[in-house]
Design a binder for this molecule. Structure first.
Ligand code: NAD
Ligand code: ZN
Length: 358
């Protein structure tokens, strides 16, 4: 059986393209006055970007705190707030931010048209009804959240980090404006940029392959290496290149491998953000991905990025158990990386050895 793949139908790319947001919304809803819901990373509270947005009348601006990555309960709270406080139901959602804010926008869009609790929709193809029309505007490049068919959410009660994987999680429109990534800190830019590199090499090193996905992944890796092995990773040209790499890498979004499940475990138990958690995971996985480990170390050195050692040194046995359980549930990527017998290879002892290397 072949996968029937859907992509984001419309994208706009270029410096200052965010200025066309109003025009795009007007064209989509010609002659209608719709309530818009802007979901922004809290970094943009009071930022000049707000002046550029077509906020009018009863439109709502929701600033999301991204200190922690989004949880299922956060989405329930946002949906309750919107349903209780909005004058009318939003018909257009605009998500602006990194992977976290974009995922909140996708999840809120789905939940506004699907009753119950957010955790009911964590998994594959569980969303029944099309979400509210949504536009994604990334301000940080690398996760590919702007083009993927998922929105990743942590569910601490279930010890789980899992997305709403659904065609309904795709944005209807994205606007890729590289000017927006200018203010990202170099460390964050590196960690999130590495997410593209990791998605793509895990895909290429996996057992389940697809020629289209492979071609996209190869291109995204080559762009990422150009960005992180050049003079200034955050030059105007490189920020533009990284935005394209994130788009292409996210479109490839094949099957990830060993880095992502281990990273999810680190996020659940240590609360680490996705990008840096991936980097810690790869620090321990030299034996599995020797070539990529070496390339990653070179990119890290080149950009003077350093990771503090011993991040897992004070974990208790019960923390390691919890981490192991949150990693081993990711059967699909683990099979992709290690084969059907992944449980014999990734044992609790092996995880303990890996954690010592971080
Ligand atoms: P993020 O969205 O968590 O943001 C990290 C930090 O960068 C935050 O402090 C934020 O305020 C700041 N930031 C964002 N844009 C900025 C800007 N322009 N200037 C200054 N600061 C800015 O980081 P991320 O790495 O983009 O996203 C991680 C999240 O994405 C995780 O929750 C992860 O699980 C998820 N993710 C989703 C997908 C998907 O396909 N949906 C894929 C990979 C990761
Ligand atoms: Zn990732």
């Amino acid at each position: 059986m072949y996968d029937n793949t859907k992509n984001v139908p419309y994208y706009l790319f270029g410096k200052n393209s965010i200025n066309q947001l109003g025009e795009i919304i007007e064209r989509k809803f010609t002659g209608l006055s719709v309530c818009k819901l802007f979901i922004l990373d809290c970094f943009f509270k009071g930022h000049a970007i707000i002046e550029k947005l077509p906020v009018e009348g009863e439109d709502i601006c929701l600033f999301v705190d991204t200190k922690d990555e989004p949880k299922t309960d956060d989405i329930d709270a946002y949906v309750d707030k919107i349903q209780n406080e909005a004058h009318e139901k939003p018909e257009c959602i605009i998500g602006i931010g990194g992977g976290s804010a974009l995922d909140v926008a996708k999840a809120v869009s789905n939940r506004l048209n699907n009753p119950g609790r957010t955790e009911d929709y964590q998994g594959w193809d569980l969303v029944k009804n099309r979400g509210v029309y949504k536009i994604g505007i990334p301000t940080l490049s690398g996760t590919g959240a702007e083009v993927s068919r998922t929105c990743v959410l942590t569910n601490p009660a279930k010890n789980m980090k899992l997305g709403m994987n659904s065609d309904y999680s795709l944005f209807d429109q994205i606007i890729l404006d590289p000017v927006l990534t200018e203010s990202v800190s170099p460390e964050q830019y590196f960690y999130t940029g590495m997410d593209t590199y990791m998605h793509c090499f895990e895909t290429l090193r996996g057992r389940y392959r697809n020629v289209i996905v492979d071609s996209l992944a190869e291109k995204a890796i080559s762009l990422t290496k150009e960005v992180f092995l050049s003079g200034d990773m955050m030059s105007e040209d490189n920020r533009e290149k990284m935005m394209i790499a994130s788009y292409i890498g996210g479109t490839a979004a094949g099957n990830v491998g060993l880095v992502h499940p281990v990273s999810a475990g680190l996020s659940i138990v240590l609360g680490l953000h996705h990008g840096i958690a991936n980097c810690y995971a790869l620090e321990a996985l030299e034996a599995y991905y020797p070539e990529e480990f070496a390339e990653y170390q070179e990119m890290k050195r080149h950009n003077c990025i350093s990771l503090q050692k011993g991040v897992c040194s004070s974990l208790t046995d019960s923390d390691v158990d919890r981490m192991f359980n949150s990693i081993i549930i990711h059967g699909k990527p683990l099979k992709n990386a290690l084969g059907e017998n992944y449980r014999e290879m990734l044992t609790k002892d092996e995880l303990t050895r890996l954690l010592e290397r971080m």
